[in-house]
Write a protein that binds this ligand. Structure first.
Ligand SMILES: [Zn+2]
Ligand SMILES: [Zn+2]
Length: 187
């Protein structure tokens, strides 16, 4: 199994957690939040080439600087059922009175394996917090987004949330929770 390092940046916006997972030269950005400056500085200081942005879902606090990253040439990945949030009020920015730079994703994901550069990524569809929420497993790192946190689970009271679906997703995740992953939460 490949060993990767993970750098965490906490966004000012709703204390969202952005993660940069990297090997010797390449990096993936997971849920950049509003941490554009911190992300670009970290990449530069560590001489890392960012390959893509992976979103766990389309709520604004996780993806508000994506347009800037996309303008820099990065491809944006999100589950197909949350893609519309990147260019609609579905990202909830409007509800929170926040300006959002809309965009269209470059890749729409489904559950399964993908490869970006040398990174092998398992995408697990975990609807409940939002229809297109996913968790990512890369090496021994597990990124849960807002599906679950260290103590608790994500909200299901937004327009496409569902407690029933979240319960089903958490059941599906049981098999992973028993393994020795390092967990990285969305908040
Ligand atoms: Zn969310
Ligand atoms: Zn969130």
């Amino acid at each position: 199994m490949n060993q990767y390092n993970v750098h965490e940046i906490v966004s000012d916006l709703l204390m969202e957690h952005c993660y940069i997972i990297y090997s010797e030269h390449d990096a993936l950005i997971i849920d950049p939040g509003d941490a554009y400056e911190d992300i670009t500085m970290f990449l530069k200081q560590n001489n890392l080439k960012p390959l893509a942005v992976l979103l766990t879902h389309g709520h604004f606090d996780h993806c508000i600087c994506c347009r800037k990253l996309q303008n820099d040439g990065l491809k944006i990945y999100i589950h197909e059922l949350d893609e519309d949030k990147l260019h609609s009020d579905g990202n909830l920015a409007n509800l929170f009175g926040i300006n959002f730079d809309q965009l269209y994703a470059d890749k729409r994901l489904n559950e399964g394996h993908i490869k970006i550069g040398d990174f092998d990524i398992e995408v697990i569809h975990t609807p409940g917090h939002s229809e297109g929420s996913v968790c990512y497993i890369i090496g021994n790192h597990f990124f849960s987004g807002d599906t679950f946190f260290e103590n608790g689970v994500g909200r299901t009271d937004f327009y496409d949330g569902s407690m029933l679906k979240l319960r089903q997703s958490l059941r599906k995740l049981q098999q992973y929770l028993r393994k020795p992953y390092i967990f990285h939460y969305g908040h």
